[in-house]
Design a protein around this ligand. Sequence first.
Ligand SMILES: [Fe+2]
Ligand SMILES: [Fe+2]
Length: 292
Amino acid sequence: METHEIERLIRISKEHPLLPETYIPWQDDPLPGDVFLPERLNSLHGLPVYDTLTPGQKLDLGRHETVQVMYSYGWGEQLFCLFVNRYILDIPPHHAEHRFLIREVIEEYRHQEMFTQAIMRLNGDPVKPTRWHRFAGTFTAKYLPPDFMFMTGLSVELVTDKYGYYLRKEPGVYNVLKKVNELHSIEEGRHIHFTKGLLERYTAKAGFFKKTLYSLLVLGNIYFLRSLYIRKEIYQRIGIPDPEKLYRIAYRNYKAKFAENCLGGVVEFVNDFGGFNLLTRPLWKSILGVRF
Ligand SMILES: [Fe+2]
Ligand SMILES: [Fe+2]
């Protein structure tokens, strides 16, 4: 990415900062009929069990699952900031890349605070990441090389972008959530643009082996993210019998919905750098349910 282009992104970030304190109408209560998550994004819609739920249970399912998504974003952004702080230590502070990444972490910290506040506004009680999630997340943020970490960050941002799209655009979503996602999408648009430009440096000279590795890394990240969203504890909370059994059915249901609604940007990105081949394509199909 050209320096003048990075300078443009820095300028927009400075001249048009979006502060969650003033941008989000925190005082707004949900209107009658408002939802916290569009049906296309919840894990049970499309299954016969969904039609047996009361309106209150449906609303609560959306509330818990949206809380889970926001909690996962905040946690993922914390890990990403951990990596960026390590990465910029080696770049002189006057370099455009260093200064952009400072702007990016400033925005990411604001996002983390915003997600926490939104969770509190929904009286949310997120299901915490498992020990395995924590190990994998911390290990990657501390030890993965920059190209792998930027690839990781971008995979999450591209999925977030799709989720945010539905929360902003579908009618009847609680206004606070709509505005949270609006703010996030505007600022993440710049991060995505910058990271795609930065990654070209690596993907342009990558051979078959490296492209395969990148593709598997993106796949692993999406798999990881998806497993943070859907948790059986939520079915327990809303009083559905046999949450263990339901989880297995819901997992398959959500896998198909997630592939259909949320993976467009990621698939396009992997396709652009040539990450689909004889080895990776079957894995994308079986693990993430992507149809080619
Ligand atoms: Fe963010
Ligand atoms: Fe970001």
